[in-house]
Design a protein around this ligand. Sequence first.
Ligand SMILES: [Mg+2]
Length: 212
Amino acid sequence: MLLDLQKQLNETKMDNWIFDLDGTLVNLRTYEEIYPLVIDTVLALKKIDIHTLDELALASKVYKNSRQRWDTGDLCREFGLLEIYYSILEGFIRENNILTNNALEILNLLKERGARIGIASNSMKRTIETYLEMYSLGSKIDFICSAVETGVSKNKVGFWEHLIRRFDINPMKSTVIGDNPLDDFEVPKSVGFNALLTKQNSLSDVYLRLLL
Ligand SMILES: [Mg+2]
């Protein structure tokens, strides 16, 4: 496995490097930290209790994650409270640097090597752009593909086929980097991408190997 990673990373002439966002470029703790404030704000503004929130959310087909928590962005979108959501998210990421270890160094290094860099995420495009703006990363990112806009999530072949067509990408000359074994590794590999699975919330291993 490590030898495979090494072999792939040594091919630095890859045209495209495509990063996952949550848990790869940015630390997932953001969502943990803002969760109570977002939920309390929704309850207060909608004047409902937590049981009603659960019922309304389920009726709008918003689902809880494996840790029995709502995706707060999806929840706020369904309740018409996206502006409030983004003001909470922006406030948090302004006060806390939540880029993962070595994310910035990797983006700089790849840019210096002339690579084209993209983000492929299940998050809303506005969420991705919020991070890019807050950390002045816009000039390093050449394209963004949001599963919410595409209407197909990253665990489906259709998402990657759409990305290939829309951004004129040769998957054989592209590497997908992310922390989800299915979304960022198995499925993109099945359509011909190179893929690197990272530890959640850290890009240190990838950075070390890029430097070799
Ligand atoms: Mg992820």
